[in-house]
Design a protein around this ligand. Sequence first.
Ligand SMILES: Cc1cc2nc3c(=O)[nH]c(=O)nc-3n(C[C@H](O)[C@H](O)[C@H](O)COP(=O)(O)OP(=O)(O)OC[C@H]3O[C@@H](n4cnc5c(N)ncnc54)[C@H](O)[C@@H]3O)c2cc1C
Length: 65
Amino acid sequence: MFASEVAIKNSLEAMRIHGGHGYSEEFGVERLYRDAVLMSIGEGTNDILRTIIAKQPIMGKRKIA
Ligand SMILES: Cc1cc2nc3c(=O)[nH]c(=O)nc-3n(C[C@H](O)[C@H](O)[C@H](O)COP(=O)(O)OP(=O)(O)OC[C@H]3O[C@@H](n4cnc5c(N)ncnc54)[C@H](O)[C@@H]3O)c2cc1C
C-alpha cells in the first residue's frame, strides 16, 4: 500500500515535470502513472487494505496474516 502510494505521487510529479508531454501517450510517463494507480487497485484497493491494517490492533494481532 505504501509503495503504491509513493509510486502514484512520484509518477504524477513526473507527469507534471513533463508538462503536456507527460499526458501524451507518445511518451512513457503517462503509462507509469496508470500502472502506479493499478497497484493501488489490484489485489485489494488501498481503501480495503487500510481497513485490514486498522483492524489488526483492535483484534490484538501484531502481524498481518
Ligand atoms: C487492469 C486490471 C487488472 C486486474 N486483474 C485482476 C486479476 O488478474 N485478478 C483479479 O482477481 N482481479 C483483477 N482485477 C480486479 C481488481 O482486483 C479489482 O478491480 C479490485 O479488487 C477492486 O474491485 P472493484 O473494481 O470491483 O472496485 P469496487 O470494489 O467496486 O471499489 C470501488 C471503490 O470503492 C472503494 N470501496 C469498496 N468497498 C469499500 C469499503 N468496504 N470501504 C472503503 N472503500 C471501499 C474502493 O476502494 C474503490 O475506490 C484487475 C483490475 C484491473 C483494473
